[in-house]
Ligand binder design. Structure first.
Ligand SMILES: [Zn+2]
Length: 137
């Protein structure tokens, strides 16, 4: 989808499915339906919620089990903190450390980010772009 966006050639009827936070319900409810109907979804993961083994969240193994054409996982920061409350160094750490966890656990290379709470300011937009990410908010 991103490559099509860059070429400005999206189909007339186009839907992109995304979900934030990697809740268990994505693996248990959404994934079987998406697989049945052959639709894909991008899920944005905050690494601390997985590393902290929160019961409401998928673990890394669950994500590896469903990762593929149907389900992709991307960066949603380490701690799911409002970026507007962080300085540049902390934002950088939030993004880079989460990306390392995604790389180590799921072999994710794509630099795609969803801002926690969907919020960022102009300085953050610029910073994230300079880091080479495509970001959504
Ligand atoms: Zn979120």
């Amino acid at each position: 989808m991103l490559s099509q966006l860059k070429q400005q050639s999206l189909p007339d009827k186009c839907v992109v499915l995304t979900a934030d936070d990697a809740y268990q319900s994505i693996a248990q409810n959404a994934y079987p339906l998406l697989k049945k109907y052959q639709m894909s979804m991008s899920v944005f993961v905050s690494s601390d919620s997985v590393d902290g083994k929160y019961k409401a969240m998928m673990n890394w193994q669950q994500m590896r089990d469903i990762q593929g054409d149907i389900m992709q996982f991307y960066n949603h920061s380490v701690g799911h903190t409002h970026f507007v409350n962080l300085d540049k160094t902390n934002i950088d750490q939030q993004i880079q450390q989460a990306q390392k966890r995604l790389k180590n656990e799921l072999n994710v290379d794509a630099k795609i980010l969803a801002y926690p709470y969907g919020k960022a300011n102009l300085a953050t937009f610029k910073q994230v772009k300079e880091l080479g990410y495509v970001a959504f908010g």
